[in-house]
Design a protein around this ligand. Structure first.
Ligand code: ATR
Length: 276
């Protein structure tokens, strides 16, 4: 039987995961089937159990099920444990279902592809929700000089900084406390872009060679990307490469093959442009 994979989410209609994984499979000559499945909000466990009971090999999990998937996994990678969320489930040879989180490493790999140096850099992260929690461990593993988490609700930034403090110099700040600070990399991990909003950033936080990254992507630059442009960022990227990067790492977890991400990013970018 062809190996079965799927992505579970709600909503799921616009998921690009099937397109991405089919490209990876084609590229690497892997025989697999990848579907998308709309799962009712209270039916994640039942659907995941059924999927694996029917011989399914692996799942990707997206909004709103990453925490359900975390509980569902029978074994967790260290990065999933730190993230408190799972986006990849894999049936292992011993029958144990492994939960991993490939979001953060997907972003880090994308930054490497973009030739952005992380080691020794001063990094500012905007936001302290699930998305940010997912990227912190892989980011800190790159040995930045400093990571500052700034969030509207300061207590959430403080909690995250405390949770990751053993992995590097991570500090929490309010947006007001950023006045006078300068950063080499600024990552927007808030969901503000979704509502065309921007966190209240001081004007002068970017170093001359600063790189700005939005975890979101779309057919148009996000509000944060426009802000970065206006404030002299040297390099600006959205999260499309991260989307493909997290998929590539999931593919690696399942198939032990690292697919080529660049042609897939190029294809998706073209599709987005056509939609405009
Ligand atoms: P996700 O899973 O996308 O991370 P989340 O866990 O709900 O979603 O987190 C959303 C993040 O975006 C939070 O850090 C939130 O700030 P609060 O913790 O203060 O709520 C941030 N956010 C959302 N809209 C924002 C806005 N308009 N301005 C600033 N921060 C915003």
């Amino acid at each position: 039987m062809t190996d079965q994979y799927a992505v579970f989410g709600n909503p799921i209609n616009h998921s690009k995961s099937p397109t991405i994984h089919r490209q990876f499979a084609e590229q690497s000559g892997q025989n697999l089937h990848y579907a998308k499945q709309l799962v009712a909000v209270d039916e994640f466990v039942k659907c995941a159990q059924d999927f694996f009971a029917q011989g399914g090999k692996g799942l990707n999990v997206t909004v709103p099920f990453k925490i359900d998937a975390f509980s569902f996994a029978q074994q967790l990678t260290q990065r999933a444990q730190r993230a408190g969320a799972v986006n990849t489930l894999a049936m292992q040879n011993d029958g144990v279902i492994l939960g991993d989180n490939t979001d953060g490493i997907g972003m880090v790999h994308d930054m490497h592809n973009l030739d952005w140096e992380l080691e020794g850099k001063r990094i500012l992260i905007l936001g302290a929700g699930g998305a940010v929690r997912g990227i912190l461990q892989p980011l800190l593993a790159e040995h930045p000089e400093l990571v500052v988490i700034a969030n509207r609700t300061f207590s959430k930034a403080e909690e995250l900084a405390a949770h990751f403090h053993d992995l590097g110099d991570v500090r929490a700040k309010t947006f007001e406390q950023l006045h006078g600070d300068k950063f080499d990399i600024v990552i927007n991990g808030t969901s503000a872009s979704l509502s065309n909003d921007l966190p209240p950033l001081p004007d002068n936080v970017l170093n001359q060679t600063a790189c700005c990254y939005d975890l979101m992507y779309g057919s148009e630059p996000t509000v944060f990307m426009k802000w970065a442009q206006q404030h002299g960022a040297a390099k600006i990227a959205d999260g499309l490469g991260m989307l493909v990067g997290q998929a590539a790492e999931a593919f690696y977890v399942w198939r032990h093959i690292r697919p080529e991400v660049v042609p897939v990013i190029t294809m998706l970018r073209r599709q987005l442009a056509e939609k405009k």
